[in-house]
Write a protein that binds this ligand. Sequence first.
Ligand code: PSU
Ligand code: MN
Length: 302
Amino acid sequence: MSDTTLLLSDEVREALDRRRPVVALESTIISHGLPRPRNLHVAEELEELVRDAGAVPATIAVLDGRARIGLDKAELERVARDDRMRKLGHRDLAPACAAGASGATTVSATALLATRAGIRVFATGGLGGVHRGWTETQDESADLRVLARVRIAVVCAGVKSILDVPATLQRLETLGVGIVGYRTAVFPGFYLSSSGEPVDWTVQTPEDVVAAIRAQDALGGPDAALIVVNPVPESEQLDPALHDLVLEEALDASRARGITGQAVTPFLLEYLMRRTEGASLEANLAAVRGNVQLAARIAAAM
Ligand code: PSU
Ligand code: MN
């Protein structure tokens, strides 16, 4: 991608030049993952949380065919409100840029663009992964393969619980993507504090995460992400019994309606939100807020 395609905001460029902390934020959660008009408030709040922790937020999206790293207020509004914003995975970036299209970037596209821009820390909600029923649908988020190829630290609340979590963890192991639990020895369950699966490495402080990032650099070898999993506090998680019940329903509904491809994830998230009367949304937001704050502290500790 040429420099004319990758456009950094003045603020982000300056911060990177001066080696000030920068945190990349994805935009699909804003355009396709949250209800309007709340999505815009959340987008602004997340940027504010990064700033409060002393880092510069770099929300990433493609606008009129240009990959944008860092958005101003009007641009953020466009991502949150414009119905024509597409959902762009990393494979969609080239066609979107060539066509002059606009779209929000998923974890895969955001991780790629952030790395290209020289950003080392990225915060999101939950990663994509291997879907239940994979043996039939072969539905595995492109997030995983990209995370196996870019050296960026991704702070998240695990992978979305709508997925096959053990299969996703296995896939990450095969792909050689490292995972550290932030003050936890269990892999979080996105809306839930725990997925019931273990993590092999636990860290206690942002400095510990920085040490792992530095070790990754010192060791060299093939590029891969470092996934930092940060569970939603138990007091803010979705009720696990309600979660399991509604998720079964959502999966049945998506099968019955023949939902496929990029539509699967937004459909399931929206279904859960409606059937839990917004409780899943609150848990989702609590997780994202915590991740953004931790990412800013990690960036600042670098
Ligand atoms: N987590 C959320 N909301 C979202 C997503 C994740 O809480 O909207 C998005 C992310 O952008 C992630 C994408 O990269 O869903 C994965 O979509 P798919 O399963 O189609 O690859
Ligand atoms: Mn998919």
